[in-house]
Design a protein around this ligand. Structure first.
Ligand code: ADP
Length: 367
């Protein structure tokens, strides 16, 4: 069992940098929690405070109801896996994994059983006699995890554990970590700056910016209902487009206008913009929701516009089209079958049923 509570946690470094600001979170047993955000937003600092590697300036950290603020790292029953594998080069893989057990007074047989079990889970059984330099990056990262697993900690803390691996291996290890989480039934807190890792691994994701939590939610909610402009722009790839638009009312309908672009809002989005008439808002639309009209639905015709393609990028099954509208740089992700090319024109529709609306001043989603 491991329930972790962070209550108004703050961290100010001795040089005056406020790295984490009133961080509040309840983590339930067996959750896979991701801390995600751009570099410097306070993810590692928060993780290191949970690990006991960093003092907590203010607030309370509880694990299973016990206050941990002043408990030394080694007594917190947490295991940390870092970006660098930190293996002992002169020791065998077996001894590297067993090293995690050095503080538990176990018999040789007990220790052997635990190492073998971890090796089995991580598919390292045939590697145990080797030295780290004989292993690939992914295998080394698995050994580092093995050293954590044998300790059977209450909580696994992982700080960008995959960022030293090449792209292919990273995908492979990502799948392995997801399976590991299921097999161990463990509580994991995982730090990454990579939104794809966050979306695929997390049961819940904590999005941070400048030391402050922006949103805590499941991956699908975060994508479908971002709380503010920052989360909307951070989650999803390619990034959501943002257009500065003026709200207009005409014959009972609400329109969003930018230059020659004039988009009627669907009925269910009208109400929330009543108070913004003649003011500017920010419209968000994901690249995949700007669509070609070839074989798509009639419903989209009303939102179509002629655009001039500035850049064309073929990604495989999709192509990205870059264009500009009233000073807004926009990316559309369409089928690679498109005949549109750089310098050419194309008619695209903004699927307003999928549009997001944000207040220009508060940057919060308008609901
Ligand atoms: P992240 O993990 O999101 O990249 P960090 O938690 O490492 O961010 O850093 C958060 C902020 O705290 C940054 O502004 C960073 O420069 C600062 N910081 C991190 N460690 C220290 C330290 N030991 N002393 C002073 N400032 C630090």
């Amino acid at each position: 069992m491991a329930n972790i509570t962070l209550k108004d946690i703050c961290k100010t470094y001795s040089n005056g940098v406020s790295a984490v600001d009133h961080f509040n979170l309840e983590i339930k047993d067996k959750e896979f929690i991701i801390f995600v955000g751009p570099s410097g937003c306070g993810k590692s600092t928060t993780l290191r405070m949970i690990a006991g590697l960093e003092d907590i300036t203010a607030g309370e950290l509880m694990i299973d109801g016990d206050l941990m603020n002043d408990v030394p790292a080694r007594d917190r029953d947490v295991a940390m896996v870092f970006q660098s594998y930190a293996l002992y080069p002169h020791m065998t893989i077996y001894d590297n994994i067993a090293f995690g057990l050095r503080r538990k007074k176990l018999s040789k047989a007990e220790m052997d059983a635990k190492v073998q079990e971890a090796a089995r889970i991580l598919d390292l059984e045939s590697q145990l006699k080797k030295k780290p330099k004989e292993l690939s990056g992914g295998q080394k990262q698995r050994v580092a995890m093995g050293a954590a697993i044998v300790r059977e900690p209450k909580v696994f803390l992982m700080d960008e554990p995959l960022s030293n691996l090449d792209a292919k291996l990273r995908v492979q290890m990502r799948v392995e970590i997801a399976q590991l989480h299921k097999r161990l039934g463990a509580t994991i807190i995982y730090v990454t700056h990579d939104q794809t890792e966050a979306m695929t691994l997390g049961t819940r994701i904590v999005v941070m910016k400048d030391g402050v939590i922006q949103q805590v939610d499941t991956p699908d909610h975060l994508y479908a209902k971002p709380r503010n402009l920052f989360v909307a722009g951070f989650i999803g790839s390619p990034q959501m487009n943002f257009l500065h638009m003026t709200v207009k009312e005409e014959a009972g309908d609400i329109y969003l206008e930018a230059g020659e672009l004039k988009l009627r809002l669907p009925e269910n989005k009208k109400e929330c913009l009543k108070g913004y008439v003649d003011n500017q808002i920010i419209m968000g639309i994901r690249p995949g929701d700007i669509k070609t009209l070839d074989d798509s639905e009639e419903r989209l015709e009303q939102w179509a516009a002629d655009v001039k393609v500035q850049v064309y990028e073929l990604l495989g099954a999709e192509a990205l089209l870059y264009f500009e509208y009233a000073g807004n740089r926009i990316i559309a992700s369409v089928s690679a079958k498109t005949e549109a090319r750089e310098g050419g024109g194309i008619r695209l529709a903004f699927d307003m049923d999928k549009a997001y609306l944000f207040d220009r001043d508060t940057e919060l989603a308008i609901l």
